[in-house]
Design a protein around this ligand. Structure first.
Ligand SMILES: Nc1nc2c(ncn2[C@@H]2O[C@H](COP(=O)(O)OP(=O)(O)OP(=O)(O)O)[C@@H](O)[C@H]2O)c(=O)[nH]1
Ligand SMILES: [Mg+2]
Length: 711
């Protein structure tokens, strides 16, 4: 394959709502570039992009695919991103390395939830963005409504560059406001017949052209002047204006297509090659340490791995974009995460499942390599002379949906662990953790849909039957008042016996607490519990009632009960203990006796000290369209939520609330259902709080029952 220079490369992320037609569009682009000689379709399960078994089975994209096409002697890399909102991690990765985002808008439904979230990501990445209103051949497609919806969401910089003359069945004709021509496509796409704009469309075309010219000129002062001088712009000036406007995000052009029939596809390619920025037109990408790379082949070699996947016959594949230099076969680069050298031996350019071997990849281009020793997504591979730091990682969304997963057949448990570990490598938004406290394997995802993908792989590819349940909640136990307890451990068996007696007082720990006045504290140990909170252990023994050497054993006994709390076996926290008296036996006292005495005395005192169960409370931030606020608030009340505040953010309202973690386990699914996918949220642990008494009664009952079952 010919090597394309940086200025002749375009990197496009195909983004948009589920089933808007991204994969179909990618297929049309690859076909029109003559890279494949037959246009497949998602419905016939034979596209280059949706080639994986799961995608063929489900007939939608599940993983992003890297494709390329050639048009106007430019190489266009395309990342086709799955549209369901749970795959937001793929969107983040694609936008991180692509220089332009092409949003496919379903002409039947306008701006969808995923479009809105992906748009926010383009704002963060400052990514040049344009739209194509697709499915215009559909009888219920409505171009004007789609434009209204786009402007409504994204503002007046949304600019019509093309409009359909005959939307609906038989759609084949477009007025192009850059070319100021009519484009008529034949049934299966291809190159259009270009004619003058018919009289019937002239007024509308002139009016929209003027808006386009004004918006295009806004991207550049010199162009603006030219426009004022001549009242219009030449084709080259228009293209330049649009290109600059895209870069500065002062224009968001809208094209129109029927990807299914290839209508408009060649013109989209033409637009990409003539009006979209090349990789070196974009602001430089900085390393963590502030070094800048502007996709220049003369810079030291620098590349960024944005995706990892497992491919048939290749094994683990690393997808990368070159930001500096040219990578050639056999080059040694340093992984800035590990400091180790990696030799890159083979490169390929990809078209979904098809790949072609190449000798080198220049700055600005995207490719894949295989057989790396230790490289993960987000790693940077740098010239050894310039390898002190790497690029910022892709900003990934936090997980919002957690389940506990186990194998139906416990002999598969280990296998599940290793499969999930591999899944995390290829999709870092899948997080797997084994919780020792809960004794559960927790799988954290972007939602139930995402989880179902994991289940599909485990069932169909790895043949493992699994069960998922809501994760247990890491409750804590504490006390609310002071109590005393004594315990004598005494055992007489044959020769030496066991004897230890402990008198203790326990009191709730709060910051700034005061010791009781009737007890004299002689020594204090503060223990920070690794599960949060404190245990304060006070030695108040007078007159040598208990030898100092037995105190550690008493503490050990108490600790055992702190680990397995007296109420429900959860960790205990925030307790002050005073050991103020006891008894020893000159022969029979030993450590084990005092440990047991300490443990029992603590258990008894705990139960008398107004014991309470505490639960984790999360700080939750929910973003929803204004009109859905009522439903969201009602739902929050049912979750014992406390509303902390509300702010307006664009079209949305942001609700801040404190909600018990126990009430949040399926929130991703509920919020999506209440808001038709428009609501988003984040949830982070804030603090432990005592549960209300009805919840405590229920928890005690459940624990009692589970203990009975175990017996
Ligand atoms: N009528 C019509 N149908 C289309 C068009 N483009 C795509 N479709 C159909 O819409 C469905 C979804 O198309 P895809 O290309 O898979 O959409 P996608 O955006 O890649 O979907 P996800 O990857 O699941 O987000 C398929 O049945 C396509 O045949 C179009 O221009 N016109
Ligand atoms: Mg798709």
């Amino acid at each position: 394959m010919k090597v394309y220079e940086t200025k002749d490369i375009r990197n496009i992320a195909l983004i948009g709502g589920a089933k808007s037609g991204k994969t179909t569009m990618a297929e049309a682009m690859v076909f029109e570039g003559k890279i494949i000689n037959r246009r497949g379709s998602v419905d016939d399960k034979n596209t280059v992009s949706d080639y994986r078994p799961i995608e063929i089975d489900r007939q939608h994209s599940v993983h992003s695919s890297l494709l390329y096409t050639i048009y106007n002697d430019k190489k266009i890399n395309i990342i086709d991103v799955p549209g369901f909102s749970d795959f937001v991690g793929d969107t983040a990765a694609a936008l991180n390395v692509c220089d332009v985002a092409l949003f496919m808008i379903n002409g039947q439904s306008g701006v969808e939830a995923t479009t809105e979230t992906a748009w926010r990501q383009t704002e963060i990445d400052k990514c040049p963005t344009f739209f194509s209103v697709n499915q215009l051949d559909h009888q219920s497609a409505n171009f004007n409504e789609a434009i209204t919806s786009l402007k409504d969401y994204f503002g007046e910089k949304v600019t019509v560059v093309q409009y359909p003359v005959n939307p609906g069945e038989g759609f084949n004709t477009i007025i192009d406001l850059i070319l100021m021509k009519q484009l008529k496509f034949n049934e299966e796409g291809g190159e259009p017949e270009i004619t003058e704009i018919p009289d019937s469309e002239k007024d509308k075309a002139e009016e929209l052209h003027l808006i386009l010219v004004e918006n295009a000129a806004e991207g550049d002062e010199a162009l603006m002047e030219k426009y004022f001088e001549n009242d219009t712009l030449s084709l080259a000036e228009m293209r330049e204006g649009v290109r600059l406007g895209l870069i500065s995000r002062s224009i968001f052009p809208v094209l129109c297509t029927s990807a299914k029939h290839g209508i408009g596809a060649t013109r989209v390619l033409d637009f990409i090659t003539n009006s979209c920025p090349a990789p070196d037109d974009i602001v430089e990408r900085k390393t963590v340490g502030g070094k800048g790379f502007k996709c220049n082949p003369s810079d030291p070699t620098a590349l960024f791995v944005f995706k990892t996947s497992f491919e048939a016959h290749l094994g683990e594949v690393s997808f990368f974009k070159v930001y500096g230099g040219t990578v050639t076969e056999g080059v040694d680069l340093v992984n800035t995460r590990t400091g180790n050298k990696e030799r890159l031996t083979q490169f390929f350019v990809m078209n979904g499942k098809n790949r072609e071997k190449v000798d080198k990849i220049v700055a600005g281009d995207i490719g894949i390599t295989i057989k790396l020793k230790d490289v993960k997504t987000c790693d940077s591979l740098m010239d050894p002379k310039n390898s002190s730091d790497g690029f910022e990682p892709i900003p990934l969304p936090v997980d919002i949906f957690t389940v506990a997963m186990s194998a139906v057949n416990s002999s598969d448990d280990e296998k599940i662990g290793s499969v999930l570990h591999d899944m995390h490598r290829t999709d870092p938004t899948i997080i797997v953790e084994y919780s020792r406290e809960l004794k559960q394997m927790l799988v954290k995802t972007q939602g139930e849909f995402h989880l179902n993908i994991i289940k599909w792989y485990l069932n169909n590819i790895h043949k493992i039957d699994i069960e998922t349940t809501a994760p247990k909640i890491p409750y804590r136990e504490t006390i609310t008042k002071t109590a005393n307890a004594d315990y004598r451990h005494k055992k007489q068996s044959g020769g030496s016996g066991q004897f230890g007696e402990v008198h203790m007082r326990i009191m709730p720990y709060v910051e700034g607490y005061k010791n009781p006045t009737d007890i004299q504290v002689r020594g204090t140990d503060v223990h920070d519990m690794k599960w949060g909170g404190k245990l304060i252990f006070n030695n108040c023994i007078v007159g040598g009632a208990i030898d100092a050497r037995f105190l550690p054993a008493i503490l050990k006994g108490i600790m055992e009960k702190m680990i397995e709390g007296p109420l429900t076996g959860s960790y205990a926290r925030d307790i002050i203990v005073y050991i103020y008296d006891g008894k020893m036996h000159p022969v029979d006292s030993n450590e084990i006796s005092f440990k047991l005495a300490g443990r029992h005395a603590f258990g008894t005192a705990f139960k008398a000290a107004g014991p309470k169960i505490m639960e984790p409370i999360n700080d939750v931030e929910i973003s929803v369209p204004e009109e859905m606020m009522g439903a969201v608030m009602t739902d929050l009340q049912g979750r014992r939520g406390i509303i902390m505040g509300m702010d307006a953010a664009g079209r949305n309202q942001i609700v801040r609330a404190k909600i018990p973690a126990a009430e949040m386990t399926r929130y991703a699914t509920s919020l999506s259902a209440i808001t038709s996918g428009r609501g988003t949220f984040t949830s982070t642990y804030d603090q432990y709080q005592q549960v209300p008494s009805d919840v405590q009664d229920q928890l005690l009952k459940t624990y009692e029952e589970s203990q009975k079952e175990e017996e």
